[in-house]
Design a protein around this ligand. Sequence first.
Ligand code: ATP
Ligand code: MG
Length: 148
Amino acid sequence: QQDLMQNAETSGVQLTVDVPDQPVTVSGDPALLRSVVFNLTENAIKYSAPDSHVQMELTTEPGEAVIRIRDDGPGIAAEDQERIFERFYRVDKSRSRQLGGTGLGLAIVKNAVRLHGGTVSVSSEPGKGSVFEVRLPMMEERDGQAEA
Ligand code: ATP
Ligand code: MG
């Protein structure tokens, strides 16, 4: 997260992070789950204009942790939305290559989320930014106390 803050700063993108007061616990591989958030946030920053805004938000719904990463960047056309989670798929090849992309980030995200029993989806319109949503099953609370 610290790295991304710096990443955002150097590219002039404003990054805000909203998380609940109580810790949210999901079970799984911490490094892999971090890479999910990292990849999505990296994309949001990378594909957005320098003066734009990226929001990372964590909320909970019954039995699920919901992470949304929202940007006001270029957006993604409907026909590309179905394909961006494929390995090596990039929407604008020249632009993505210029930005150093291999097209693997979202494939890794999808795989990691699936390994944790969750889902990832995108909702976007060209010119109107993108929202990536990750849903992960939450750990059972014992005696109403979630473990950190
Ligand atoms: P890598 O993540 O391996 O460095 P990448 O960013 O090109 O490379 P993905 O993260 O898999 O690959 O993303 C696939 C493609 O989806 C990107 O090349 C880009 O065209 C598009 N994309 C992903 N996130 C966004 C976003 N937030 N806004 C607009 N386009 C996006
Ligand atoms: Mg990427």
